[in-house]
Write a protein of this length. Structure first.
Length: 458
């Protein structure tokens, strides 16, 4: 008999979470203007809003917190993190930031200007936001298979090379500051990018003289999928795969709150000294001195340990298998989800789940709200609300997929929690015919509206 996987850790501390009634949740979500971001966390039973900064740190990370060096300049914690970043990524230059969007803000301030085009694979919301804030355009070059939730493709995060080359041919070189490759590709369902595709994108970029940067928030989970799915990598270590992937790029930004296994932090890593010098100016302006960049010394120490722990196979197997456990339960219940399952989340296909709710009434948002009302479970809409309005026409953008993301925090919940989530969704799915109307927006921000948008029920 094949032995099942088991978590490579034991629980040393627990945090209480409280149950609530459906009546209470109806009152709370209405008071929050039907925006799940506005809920108090104490009114959530299982919180799957995000896997960003919500995971549990290890005893070794907590030990590192106790010896953090809080010196303003040149702290030993910074030097420890710098050494680890070089060891894991191979990049020469390093700037700490307080989180991923801060890293994007610093790097894009140096490189992106009005009228530019930034191609990539389904840009993350903050990435697209930072591009559009600078009056530039994010161009999605993801393969078509990514937009059919039923197709089983091992690397749905891959870039379509013909789409990418069309962008290169359609615009002057000086209007394309770089290509951004997101690993894993969150907006496409937490789907991985293969080494082969990364190498081919790199070669095409070099052919046209365009730099390649990574949005590497979930770089370790991406490497795990490569080890499990890509021929020739089954005997490579995660660290070896990570090093090779990054060798094809010119630099990276990262929200370390994901595969850095910390609650706060991020960084930029680069090979180009000139770009590093440009970014340094903005890092000092927006973040802090270049040896802390918005991070405490103790947080930098914890991140140095987290980067090492996140690139170990046993941890990643446990992490990805817990996502698969939830996904398999939902498939068993007939609930439509994106397949194959991603590395950090399960994505519900709202187009198939509640097709009678018009897209103009934000069907994925409606499904996410119902999941909270029924079970106290907080997910997040990845659809029309998140896609935002076109910055020029101000009309809603309707993406191919309307999804609800259930992002599982790292080393935080047990499989019993996953079974609870699956049971709640089965109950909603069994009564889906009753869902015929959704919500309308009453107030929204001009960019990245999903964080603060207000709704009313139709």
């Amino acid at each position: 008999m094949e032995l099942p996987y088991s978590e490579p850790y034991k629980i040393k501390m627990v945090e209480s979470i409280k149950r609530s009634t459906k009546e209470q949740r109806l009152k709370w979500i209405k008071k929050a203007n039907y925006n799940l971001f506005n809920l108090s966390s104490e009114n959530v039973f299982v919180d799957l809003l995000t896997d960003s900064g919500t995971g549990a740190m290890s005893d070794k990370q907590w030990a590192e917190m106790m010896i953090g060096d809080e010196s303003y300049a040149g702290s030993s914690s910074f030097l420890k993190l710098k050494k680890t970043v070089k060891k894991i990524t191979g990049f020469k230059y390093f700037l700490p930031t307080h989180q991923g969007r801060a890293a994007e803000n610093v790097l894009f301030s140096a490189l992106v200007k009005e009228g530019d085009f930034v191609p990539g694979n389904s840009h993350f919301d903050t990435t697209k936001g930072h591009i559009e804030f600078r009056k530039a355009t994010a161009v999605d070059c993801t393969i078509d298979e990514a937009f059919d939730t039923s197709i089983i493709h091992p690397f749905k995060g891959n870039v379509d090379l013909s789409k990418l080359e069309d962008v290169f041919k359609s615009h002057p070189k000086e209007k394309i500051p770089f290509v951004i490759l997101t690993i894993t590709c969150n907006s496409a369902g937490g789907q991985p990018v293969s080494v082969k595709n990364t190498r081919e994108v790199s070669e095409l970029c070099k052919q046209y003289g365009i730099p390649l940067y990574f949005d590497a928030a979930r770089y370790a989970e991406n490497a795990y999928f490569i080890k499990k799915r890509e021929a020739g990598y089954e005997n490579k270590t995660i660290k070896e795969i990570v090093k090779e992937v990054f060798s094809y790029g010119d630099g990276m930004t990262i929200s370390a709150k994901k595969d850095g296994l910390v609650n706060m932090g991020g960084f930029i890593a680069l090979n180009n000294k000139a770009v590093f010098k440009q970014a340094t100016v903005f890092n000092i302006m927006y973040e802090g001195f270049i040896t802390y960049g918005g991070m405490n010394g103790r947080d930098m120490g914890a991140l140095a340990v987290g980067l090492d722990e996140a690139t170990e196979f046993n941890y990643l197997e446990s992490r990805v298998e817990q996502i698969a456990h939830l996904g398999k339960k939902l498939v068993e219940y007939g609930v439509p989800v994106l397949q194959p399952f991603g590395g950090h989340a399960i994505f519900l296909d709202a187009n198939k789940f509640v097709p009678k709710i018009p897209r103009e009434e934000y069907r994925a948002q409606a499904l996410a709200i119902e999941l909270y009302i029924v079970g106290g479970i907080r997910g997040v809409e990845i659809g029309t609300v998140l896609a935002d309005r076109d910055p020029f026409t101000r009309k809603n953008r309707f993406p191919d997929l309307e999804m609800v993301r259930l992002a599982v925090p790292r080393r935080t919940y047990t499989n019993n929690h996953m079974d609870y989530v699956a049971a709640c969704l089965k109950n909603i799915f069994d009564t889906r015919e009753e869902a015929k109307s959704g919500y309308e927006i009453t107030d929204e921000a001009p960019i990245m509206r999903h964080f603060t948008v207000k709704f009313k029920k139709i």
